[in-house]
Design a protein around this ligand. Structure first.
Ligand SMILES: [Zn+2]
Length: 243
């Protein structure tokens, strides 16, 4: 059972559900009546967590849905389509859709699957979210509610193995992990500095870029505008500059 599941999920499965495009087209039509329908490329993708991404290309909309949702009922996929399209076209997310998605993701079945997949995909160099002073998972969850309506799927959160002063934090898409340098797990580090670092990486989750190697870090205008919304930005940056 474990082996079968692991093998099935390890590879990107393109359109195992034939109606994926239809669901996105229908949702698009409802949201943008009368606007030319783009071409959708929707695929299930082996994220290590329940993560879903959307990207507007020149003529296509590229969507990746976590393969953990492969067996989800149409209503849940519809909710995902609504949330992703609302995000990308800047429409309000309907509460009913957000609730349906959250409910499904927090159900026991999907939680067990997530746990299993994390064990399989995440065993490589993942340390722990719990430091001595700060718990990165708690920080992520708090920021998620405060700034992202709780809509970001939490990746693996981990303190770095090495106390790096050069690389403060990064998002590793291959392992769907946010890694934060262990130097910040210290009593002398103000909470706003750790919050800001995690917030920055969460913006990378929200604004995915085409990655060539895991080190690429792109901060477009939208990214920067949203970063300026962080309330204690000056204080946090001042601390980081003193490092
Ligand atoms: Zn960055």
């Amino acid at each position: 059972m474990l082996t079968a599941f692991a093998r099935k999920s390890w590879y990107a499965n393109y359109n195992l559900r034939p109606n994926l495009d239809e669901i996105f087209q229908k949702t698009y039509r409802e949201m943008r009546p009368g606007v030319l329908m783009p071409e959708f490329r929707v695929e299930f993708y082996p994220f290590a967590n329940v993560n879903n991404t959307i990207r507007l290309g020149d003529s296509r909309v590229h969507v990746r849905i976590s393969d953990l949702l492969e067996g989800a009922p149409d209503s849940v996929i519809e909710a995902v389509a609504h949330i992703l399209l609302a995000k990308v076209y800047r429409r309000p997310i309907e509460v009913a859709h957000a609730a349906r998605f959250r409910r499904y993701v927090s159900s026991n079945d999907i939680r067990a699957k997530t746990h299993l997949v994390r064990q399989i995909r995440g065993r490589k160099r993942i340390q722990s979210p719990r430091g001595i002073f700060y718990n990165l998972e708690q920080i992520f969850d708090r920021l998620n509610v405060r700034f992202f309506h709780g809509l970001l799927a939490r990746p693996q959160m981990t303190w770095s193995q090495i106390r790096s002063r050069r690389r403060l934090a990064h998002y590793d898409p291959a392992h769907n992990a946010i890694v934060v340098s262990r130097i910040f797990d210290h009593f002398s580090v103000p909470r706003c500095a750790v919050d800001y670092i995690v917030y920055h990486e969460m913006l990378h989750l929200k604004h995915p870029v085409k990655l060539r190697g895991s080190r690429r870090c792109v901060h477009g205008p939208e990214f920067q505008a949203e970063e300026r919304l962080f309330p204690e930005l000056e204080k946090a940056k001042a601390f980081l500059n003193r490092l």
